[in-house]
Write a protein that binds this ligand. Structure first.
Ligand code: ACO
Length: 377
């Protein structure tokens, strides 16, 4: 009998979840029963995080409580502050994020308390800290002092404030808020799975999130948004699109921000990001890469016609972030800073009904053979 190998675990259900449903043929994305288009129109990142952690929308009081909890956890610990000042300029921001999660875990005396109540506190703490880590990292590397968080600003607006030291206008704050909602959750992607594998050994939430951050970093996953930026940079102007794309495909390489393991049509998040980009571009002095993305998308639609390769979430996020004045090496960390809501929500599910993840590998190595001592080899 030939044994089946599920390489890439494609099509394999590794668990059940109440958090997210994706219909890759229709291009449908649902968080706990709510369509992503509705969430993008009506919700906020904080409300979406509550939804993912509790599987229902919050009341006004519950939402205010969560916002207060997040505000309280925004400042970094002294240790994290000192380490950041030491490492900035020596490491990339995703690594800084990983380290900050490990530090937060090291300082939490309740890190091994896996009760749902404590885990939700950890989820809020990590969600609140990540924007501060990234904004502070960016300030310090420019030789600037960090900008303290502002209690009168929401999660998304406060990040832009801490990053740039300028208050975003209403549209910028809303666009970034929606971008965070779009990146908050996506079923059993590689980084979420990686977090679950770690948690399934009953290791703590901090270590599970550090695993997820490491997994998100790769260019086939979250790293693709920065790779899209580099593609746009390399193309430069519209006239160069055909030559750039044709040469790339002829070399057998992939166009970043295109294709998805699950979506066989346009990713709904790309549709929403394109619309957000359209709004920003109306007043942005920095719309060049957004316009180039539209032309690239149109060229690829013709070039890849008949293949199930369409823009994914990363395709327009690069030019939207560019218009928001965010440096390109923060695109993937920002993805992590949003996905923390979904990662932690999946961890709540995993810890509530844990089973060790331990698959098999089909052995195809040497047949049993005698051991040859070192001096006889
Ligand atoms: N550009 C050109 N061709 C592509 C692309 C692409 N971006 N993606 C897939 N293909 C081609 C493959 O070369 C392959 O062609 P072949 O059958 O002729 O060999 C075919 O499409 C199927 O590719 P697979 O690798 O089997 O598809 P898979 O489901 O593993 O790929 C993935 C999904 C990794 C996302 C892929 O589409 C890719 O590499 N895209 C670019 C990177 C990217 O944008 N990643 C972000 C994904 S979204 C996210 O993680 C947030």
């Amino acid at each position: 009998m030939t044994e089946v190998i599920a390489r890439g675990l494609e099509g394999v259900n590794v668990t059940a979840t109440k958090l997210c449903r994706i219909d890759g043929q229709k291009g449908e994305l649902i968080y706990a029963g709510y369509n992503i288009f509705d969430l993008a129109e009506h919700s906020t990142f904080e409300e979406t995080a509550f939804l993912l952690w509790n599987l229902r929308l919050p009341t006004r009081e519950e939402l205010e409580q969560l916002k207060a909890d997040l505000r309280r956890e925004r400042p970094l610990s002294d240790l994290n502050d000192r380490v950041q000042r030491e490492i900035v300029g020596k490491i990339r921001p995703m690594r800084a994020l990983e380290i900050s999660v490990i530090i937060a875990g090291a300082l939490d005396p309740k890190s091994s308390d896996l009760s749902q109540e404590q885990l939700k506190k950890t989820a809020a703490l990590l969600t609140a800290r990540m924007p501060t880590v990234l904004a502070q990292y960016h300030r310090l590397r420019q030789g600037l002092e960090p900008v303290p968080p502002r209690d009168d600003l929401g999660h998304a607006a406060n990040f832009l404030w801490m990053l740039k030291g300028e208050e975003p206008n209403e549209l910028e704050a809303r666009v970034f808020d929606v971008a965070m909602i779009l990146h908050a959750e996506h079923e059993m992607n590689a980084s979420t799975f990686s977090a679950l594998v770690t948690a399934s050994t009953l290791s703590d939430m901090y270590s599970a999130i550090a695993s997820a951050i490491g997994t998100l970093k790769g260019p086939l996953h979250g790293g693709a948004n920065e790779a899209v930026y580099r593609t746009l940079e390399a193309i430069g102007t519209e006239e160069n699109i055909p030559r750039y794309v044709d040469d790339l495909l002829a070399r057998g390489e992939r166009v970043m921000g295109i294709g998805h393991r699950v979506y066989k049509t346009t990713d709904p998040r790309a549709i929403i990001l394109e619309q957000l980009g359209h709004k920003l571009a109306a007043t942005s002095p920095d719309r060049k890469y957004y316009d180039l993305s539209l032309k690239l998308r149109d060229y690829l639609a013709k070039k890849l016609e008949g293949k199930p390769l369409y823009p994914n979430v990363d395709f327009f996020s690069a030019s939207v972030y560019k218009m928001l004045g965010i440096p390109s090496d923060l695109y993937t960390p920002i993805f992590a800073m949003s996905r923390i809501a979904g990662w932690t929500a999946h961890l709540l599910e995993q810890y509530a009904d844990n089973r060790l993840v331990r698959p098999n590998a089909l052995y195809e190595g040497a047949d049993p053979r005698p051991y040859v001592p070192l001096d006889q080899r």
